[in-house]
Design a protein around this ligand. Structure first.
Ligand SMILES: C[S@@+](CC[C@H](N)C(=O)[O-])C[C@H]1O[C@@H](n2cnc3c(N)ncnc32)[C@H](O)[C@@H]1O
Length: 137
């Protein structure tokens, strides 16, 4: 919640008038910082990963966005991408960044999980774009 990517995401969402936004992170400390920003309606502690079910109903969000989460030494695909897809409504958006250097590392399972979710119709389409988060002005 503290670094450049998150600040960029918050700015972009607010610019587009999205104000009904919740935050989820495994760290209570990080969420305390997030609460102070006044951007998020609810802040939940939740762990993404294998055999971890978020305390959230199916299809309860229009979109789930993760930046800086699927990255080196952080969250692998198994369970995490599944849960993001589960909590988003049909026709909604599941968006995440994946750091380039681990994108195709089998240990992280990103490509296989995206393929699996698309095959199973949990995700309708995966659009991959290569890029970087812009520098803050
Ligand atoms: C590199 S930081 C990025 C934070 C923020 N999204 C950003 O871009 O500024 C990674 C975040 O993922 C959280 N995290 C790590 N493992 C997690 C897990 N298994 N489930 C949920 N959050 C996790 C950390 O607590 C940390 O806030």
């Amino acid at each position: 919640m503290l670094v450049r990517e998150q600040v960029w995401l918050e700015k972009e969402l607010l610019k587009r008038k999205f104000t009904n936004i919740d935050a989820l992170d495994a760290s209570e400390e990080i969420l305390k910082e997030a609460e102070k920003k006044g951007v998020y309606k609810n802040c939940f502690v939740g762990v993404l990963g294998p055999n971890q079910r978020l305390q959230l109903a199916d299809s309860c969000y229009d979109a789930a966005i993760a930046v800086g989460v699927f990255t080196l030494n952080h969250v692998k695909a198994e369970g995490a991408m599944d849960e993001m897809a589960r909590v988003v409504k049909s026709g909604g958006l599941v968006c995440f960044t994946i750091r380039e250097d681990v994108m195709f590392e089998p240990e992280y399972g990103y490509q296989d999980k995206m393929d699996e979710l698309c095959r199973g119709e949990s995700l309708e389409a995966c659009i991959a774009e290569q890029g970087t988060v812009p520098q803050q002005e």
